[in-house]
Each structure stands twice: as structure tokens, then as C-alpha cells.
Design a protein around this ligand. Structure first.
Ligand code: ZN
Length: 185
């Protein structure tokens, strides 16, 4: 019952396409503070909401409707997927924008960028400031809510055939993750 849906979700073709251009996150999960089981979170919006409040209001199983700590985990932290662990407390993406995280092909790093309501890709705070300056319709979006802190790729979940570039470090296991997947076999 752990993550079978996720495992079968992408066909080989889709997987290859992803590899060519890096991969996006396809599962979001959070760890229960009490039982330490991982729960799948259905949408990025919901995940970001949980992450933004994680310090003051840690996630527990029964925040998910119909779920309690007695239920089996939705997925397990292991190397059947590649995991990237987010920092708790990052702000929610302002309304109308989308935060996109892409895992590099070589698994070395996750890159973050924002997609504006007009479909532009912005890769830094400066670009965002310039965009908002030029498009006052979006001046409701606070600059400090755009955050380029990226989740850490967890070395112990990399596919075994991957060569790691750069120094990856494993930290103690934080409670909230975002979760790129797909292993090259
Ligand atoms: Zn629990």
C-alpha cells in the first residue's frame, strides 16, 4: 500500500522525457510529528500551507480527513524514490503564482523558480521585483513571500548508479518534505 499509485503513475516514455530536462516534484508528503509516518499531500497548495505553518503547528495524521496515526503510512522513506527535504516555515506562494521545483538530471540539486500569472518564469528575487514593478496588478504579492530556498536532495535515496556532483550532505531528518521521484534503474 505504500505509494503504489505513485510508482505506476508515469510511463517509461514520460519518465525518459523528464530525465532529459530534469524532473519536477510528483509527490508531496509530510511526516507526522507523533507517529513519524509519511502522509501524502494531494496538492502543492495544501503542502505549502502545511509547510508554512510547520513550526507553530506541526503536522499530525488526523489533520488529514479520515486518517489517524493507526493507519499505515502512505509511503516510506527509502531509496525506491529520490527524496528532497524542504525547510519548514517557507512562505506560501502568493496567489496566482506558481512555485516550481526541478530536480537536475544529475541529481545534484533542485532548482526553484516562479511562474507568474502571465506565464513568465522568474529565477530570482530581482526578476520578481522587476516583474511586480512593471505589473502593478500583482503588487498584492509581498516580495518576501517569494523564496528561493530549495529542498535538499537526500543522498541516501539517490539511485545507486548516479554519480553525485557537488557536496551533498545528509541532515537529520526534518519533518516535511517535497518529493521528486523517479529512479533510473
Ligand atoms: Zn501520525
Amino acid at each position: 500500500m505504500d505509494a503504489k499509485s505513485a510508482a505506476s503513475a508515469s510511463s517509461t516514455t514520460a519518465k525518459r522525457k523528464f530525465i532529459a530536462s530534469g524532473r519536477s516534484i510528483d509527490i508531496y508528503a509530510v511526516e507526522c510529528k507523533l507517529c513519524l509516518k509519511w502522509r501524502k499531500i494531494d496538492t502543492q497548495e495544501e503542502y505549502e500551507e502545511i509547510r508554512s505553518r510547520q513550526r507553530e503547528d506541526p503536522f499530525v495524521c488526523n489533520k488529514k480527513e479520515g486518517v489517524s496515526c493507526k493507519d499505515a503510512a502512505d509511503l516510506n522513506y527509502d531509496s525506491s524514490r529520490t527524496w528532497a527535504i524542504d525547510k519548514p516555515g517557507l512562505p506560501r506562494t502568493p496567489r496566482g503564482f506558481k512555485r516550481s521545483l526541478i530536480l537536475r538530471k544529475d541529481y545534484s540539486k533542485v532548482d526553484a523558480y516562479y511562474i507568474t500569472p502571465t506565464g513568465k518564469r522568474l529565477k530570482s528575487r530581482n526578476e520578481i521585483a522587476a516583474f511586480i514593478e512593471a505589473n502593478q496588478d500583482y503588487s498584492y504579492a509581498p516580495l518576501e513571500d517569494f523564496n528561493f530556498t530549495v529542498p535538499k536532495v537526500m543522498e541516501d535515496t539517490l539511485p545507486s548508479t548516479t554519480t553525485v556532483h557537488g557536496g551533498l550532505t545528509i541532515r537529520s531528518r526534518p519533518r516535511i518534505i517535497s518529493h521528486p521521484r523517479k529512479i533510473i534503474n
